[in-house]
Structure formats: structure tokens, C-alpha cells
Design a protein around this ligand. Structure first.
Ligand SMILES: Cc1cc2nc3c(=O)[nH]c(=O)nc-3n(C[C@H](O)[C@H](O)[C@H](O)COP(=O)(O)OP(=O)(O)OC[C@H]3O[C@@H](n4cnc5c(N)ncnc54)[C@H](O)[C@@H]3O)c2cc1C
Length: 429
């Protein structure tokens, strides 16, 4: 049986690696010259030539000891580094409020009202909700941990992960939530599945696709698939730029909108369902500054969306990954959301560095002027699992003809960890 995998992002590469491990090698076609999709660590040298870097997509991966992701990195001989939980803040009421490192610290924190805190501590005593009908993300959190939690803490957290407002989203936007609830309560689920920390392999996140490519025999770079044809013998022919190939099975490891393009002529129902999955675009400003305690020694800060509109917060990559900038330099990565999603009062205003710096200084007035800045515009970067997502995914998958599959973070969950776990489970079934 011959298999072609279209898309050499982390989903396609990992699938090819697993198949190779099972003795069923597959060929991967990747449209770009460099495989990895969003998971790439790119060079950003300092002005004096020091070889700095920045992440195109994920800043790290959430890993708990003994988890599927932990085991994968070990098998691939990739050392993961973590500095632990790290200080973090939420911007609310015009100032940055520290997020306590431990739930007990929440008792004295000014992050939430007393009412919200009391309700949150009742989470373990709430009954488990039915699987159907699919709940909204805010409704799920309100049911489990109270309306206050859903309005005070959830929006900045979700904005920091998905760059979208939680009230638009399905609970399936963060699949871990339902998994944790299946243990009786989220509190129990988090405790039993082990506390995760954001980790980064040596060399940055791009080390993961690089290592996978080293271990997969056949990855064709710069080869974009543009047509699928069903042959009379039931096999599939894939047409690419200047090359075509036949296979018994074709796995589309592509974002929903790219897969929809290919599926249109051969699986219209699936294509319609995939086309209906929206994606969110973000702008990222990377900047380098003199260190500013305490922020240089922490994970970063997320801004409550009601005050950011659409500045969503900043991470501190120089704390997360020591290789991105030399000692004595604080590297920031600031997220600007899509104006249309966040009620931006001045959408016509360009979100240039001057705008970003003004917003940063509103929260961190003592921040030094940058020595370097770098703008990255990420179009259709993050799948938006809006309410009804589960039905769209089911319709897409169930409508596929024999010999075709679609896998993606839009199916398994938004993060690299979700993709790693999702692929393992998908390959088991
Ligand atoms: C800004 C940003 C920050 C993120 N931060 C985090 C984080 O901190 N932690 C975390 O866990 N996750 C994070 N993520 C999510 C993570 O990056 C994704 O879950 C993951 O990269 C998705 O991988 P994928 O292979 O499914 O898709 P993609 O990375 O989109 O890969 C799809 C690949 O298919 C190729 N392709 C497209 N069309 C064709 C075609 N017709 N023929 C052949 N090839 C084609 C593309 O070139 C691409 O390489 C972040 C994402 C972004 C964008």
C-alpha cells in the first residue's frame, strides 16, 4: 500500500514518522521549501552579529512528565528545557496583576472578586455535563467554575492561546477541558494528568520538524498539490507543480481551507464543511530591550481583551528560550489580534511598532526603547473552533471517499501537544 501525505507541517511530518515506525513508509509533499509549517525557529541576528532567533509559531510546548509528548521527545533524542511555571501577569484595571503560582495563592490575589474565588473552589463538586449538545467555551467554564471565572480570567487566557474571544468558541476549541472533566472535575483531571510546563527543545521549536525530517526517508520540498483525481482502479492520483503521483491512500495534513480546495471536486460535502471552519490572523511584533525586572524573569503578560482591543499581551522569549538573545537582552513578542474580532475602537489605525510600543508602555511604563524590532504578519494562522465545530469536523471526515483522510490541528486541537496526542489516537483507530 502506498501513502502520500500532503502537507509537511508538524501534523504531516509526525504522521509520516509514525507510519515509518510501523513499517509503512509514506511520502510527504510540502508546498514550502522548508518543512515544519508554523513550527519553525528562524534566525534574527543581533546588530553585532550574535546569532539570535525567533519563533514563527509556537514559543514552546506544554509537557507533563510521562505524557505522550514527553515520550515522543525522548524517542527523538530531543532534550526539552523548562524554567518551571515562571512569573506571569494579567493586565486588568490599567495595571499588571501577578497570577499566583499556586491555586491557594488565588485567595489573596486581586485578580478576581471574592465571589468568583469562592465559586471557583466549588468546581470539584459540579456534576459532569453531557457530551451533547456541544457547549460553548464560556458556558462550559461558567458551568464548572462560575460566571465570574468565565468573564474575568478566561478571556485573557483564551486570547493568549487562540487569539479569539471565548464567547465565539466551542468547548472543543480546547479539547483538554472535556478530557479533564471526564475525571469528575477539571481540578481532578489536571491533578491526575500531571501539571504541564511550557518546554522548548534545544535550538528552539524548529528542532522538532528538523529531527522528524532527518528520520523520514521521503519529504519533497517546494511541491504544492493542486488536484486530486480518482482513478478507475480506486487509487488516487495527486497533481502537483511539475510532478504527479499515484497512491492507494492520500492523507491531507492541511489547514481546513487548503484541504477544502483540493476536496471540492471529489468530496463536495467534506469540502463545504471544511470551508466553514474560520481561521484567525494575528500580527506579532518581536522586540529587544534592556532587561526590566521583574518582567525579564518571567513568562510574560496577557491583557484582558476588554482593555487591549486588540493588543492581547506579550511573552518574554528571552526567558523561555535562552538561545534567542544573549544574556542582558530582554526579547519580547507582542500579539496584536484581528481588529474585527475584538471591537477595536480605531480599526483604521495601523498596528505598527509605534502603536504597539504605546500599548506596551501603557502596561509597562519603564520599558526601555527597543534596540531592534521585527514585524511578523501571520495570516490564517489559528483555526477558530466556533460553536458547531464538532459537527463541521464530523461532516468533513464522514464525507471523505475511501482512500482519503484529513488531519490537522483544526481536528485534533490547537496546540502541538494536541496534535501529538491526536495523531497517536487517530492512528490507533
Ligand atoms: C503564531 C502562532 C503561535 C502558536 N503558539 C503555539 C504555542 O505556543 N504552543 C503550541 O503548542 N502551539 C502553538 N501554535 C499552534 C501550532 O503551531 C499548530 O498547532 C501546528 O503548527 C499546526 O501544524 P499543522 O501541521 O497542522 O499545520 P501547518 O503548520 O499549517 O502545516 C501545514 C503545511 O501544509 C503545507 N501546505 C499547504 N497547502 C499545501 C498543498 N496544497 N500541498 C502541499 N503542502 C501544502 C503548508 O506549507 C504547511 O507547511 C501556534 C501557532 C501560531 C500560528
Amino acid at each position: 500500500m502506498t501513502t502520500l501525505i500532503l502537507g509537511g507541517g508538524i501534523t504531516g511530518l509526525l504522521t509520516a514518522w509514525h507510519m515509518q515506525q510501523r513499517g509503512e513508509p509514506a511520502e510527504v509533499w510540502e508546498a514550502a521549501e522548508e518543512p515544519g509549517g508554523w513550527v519553525q525557529t528562524l534566525p534574527w541576528p543581533m546588530t553585532d552579529g550574535w546569532p539570535g532567533r525567533f519563533e514563527k509559531g509556537p514559543q514552546g510546548i506544554l509537557v507533563s512528565p510521562g505524557s505522550v509528548a514527553d515520550k515522543l521527545f525522548r524517542i527523538l533524542d530531543l532534550d526539552l528545557h523548562s524554567l518551571g511555571k515562571g512569573a506571569r501577569w494579567v493586565g486588568k484595571g490599567g495595571r499588571l496583576v501577578p497570577v499566583p503560582a499556586h491555586p491557594i495563592g488565588l485567595i489573596t490575589s486581586s485578580l478576581m472578586t471574592w465571589r468568583t474565588k469562592l465559586r471557583m473552589f466549588l468546581e470539584p463538586f459540579q456534576s459532569v455535563g453531557p457530551e451533547e449538545p456541544e457547549e460553548g467555551l464560556s458556558d462550559f467554564i461558567a458551568r464548572r467554575a462560575g460566571r465570574g471565572m468565565a468573564e474575568e480570567l478566561l478571556p485573557p487566557m483564551v486570547a493568549g492561546i487562540l487569539a479569539a474571544p471565548p464567547e465565539l468558541l466551542s468547548v472543543d476549541a480546547i479539547p483538554k477541558l472535556r478530557q479533564w472533566e471526564s475525571y469528575g472535575s477539571m481540578f481532578n483531571g489536571i491533578r491526575k494528568s500531571g501539571i504541564s510546563h511550557l518546554m522548548v527543545p534545544e535550538g528552539g521549536m524548529g528542532a522538532l520538524p528538523k529531527r522528524l525530517v532527518e528520520r523520514i526517508p521521503m519529504v519533497r520540498r517546494g511541491l504544492k498539490a493542486f488536484g486530486l483525481e480518482r482513478l478507475p482502479n480506486g487509487r488516487w492520483k495527486v497533481h502537483g507543480q511539475g510532478h504527479s503521483a499515484e497512491a492507494d491512500r492520500v492523507i491531507l495534513a492541511l489547514p481546513a481551507f487548503e484541504a477544502a480546495e483540493l476536496l471540492g471536486p471529489v468530496a463536495q460535502g467534506s469540502a463545504e464543511a471544511l470551508k466553514a471552519i474560520p481561521y484567525t490572523s494575528v500580527k506579532l511584533w518581536n522586540s529587544r530591550h534592556d532587561p526590566l525586572p521583574p518582567y525579564d524573569d518571567g513568562f510574560g503578560f496577557l491583557i484582558h481583551p476588554s482593555e487591549g482591543k486588540p493588543y492581547l499581551g506579550s511573552l518574554v522569549p528571552s526567558w523561555i528560550d535562552k538561545g534567542c538573545a544573549p544574556k542582558g537582552v530582554m526579547q519580547l513578542r507582542s500579539f496584536i489580534g484581528d481588529s474585527a474580532l475584538w471591537g477595536d475602537p480605531r480599526p483604521e489605525e495601523p498596528k505598527d511598532w509605534a502603536w504597539t510600543e504605546r500599548n506596551l508602555r501603557h502596561w509597562v511604563p519603564a520599558l526601555a526603547a527597543p534596540s531592534q524590532t521585527l514585524e511578523v504578519i501571520s495570516i490564517n494562522a489559528i483555526p477558530r473552533a466556533e460553536k458547531g465545530h464538532r459537527g463541521r469536523v464530523c461532516q468533513a471526515v464522514e464525507g471523505l471517499p475511501q482512500g482519503l483522510d484529513w488531519i490537522s490541528n483544526a481536528r485534533f486541537g490547537p496546540g502541538v501537544r494536541d496534535v501529538i496526542e491526536g495523531i497517536e489516537e487517530w492512528l490507533r483507530t
